[in-house]
Design a protein. Structure first.
Length: 158
């Protein structure tokens, strides 16, 4: 989706809806879900609808489904590449904190590793020191999750 010239904005909405409707956390593997996540992240960003996407991410992250949680963490990671504004960070910082903290303490190590990657990527993207300071209490959870991932032989690159 790098070449977006000539694409009608209504086409974005139709494609976005089609991909969202096609998500099947129970029957689709994580590789396919990640490709869909890349597309979803890009389309929401192109339409300046990051806040709508953030609402979906909160919903997916709070699901009981492991794939849904991993998917949410992957998209959080992708969204940090699009640099959320300071206003969006301030608006959603408490939700982000709660989601990251809860996800890094999930029973499933794959969810914890996905949350670790998303959290690290998210924190590295924050340029405002005041906002960053508010995430400092996550340091111990980040370290604990890293140790757990190493103990369980989970690869952070997967």
């Amino acid at each position: 989706m790098d070449n977006t010239e000539g694409v009608n904005p209504s086409d974005y909405a139709a494609m976005q809806e089609a991909v969202l409707q096609s998500l099947d956390f129970k029957n689709q593997n994580m590789v396919l879900l990640k490709r869909k996540g890349d597309f979803i992240s890009k389309v929401f960003t192109l339409q300046n609808k990051n806040e709508q996407l953030l609402s979906l991410l909160v919903e997916w992250a709070q699901s009981e489904d492991i794939q849904s949680k991993q998917f949410a963490m992957y998209i959080f990671e992708k969204q940090t590449e699009c640099h959320l504004s300071d206003e969006q960070l301030m608006t959603y910082k408490d939700s982000f904190y709660t989601i990251f903290e809860k996800s890094m303490q999930d029973q499933n190590v794959s969810v914890r590793v996905a949350a670790l990657r998303a959290t690290a990527s998210f924190l590295l993207s924050i340029e405002n020191k005041q906002i960053l300071e508010q995430f400092k209490p996550l340091t111990q959870v980040l370290l604990d999750t890293t140790v757990d991932a190493l103990k369980s032989d989970q690869f952070l690159g997967e």
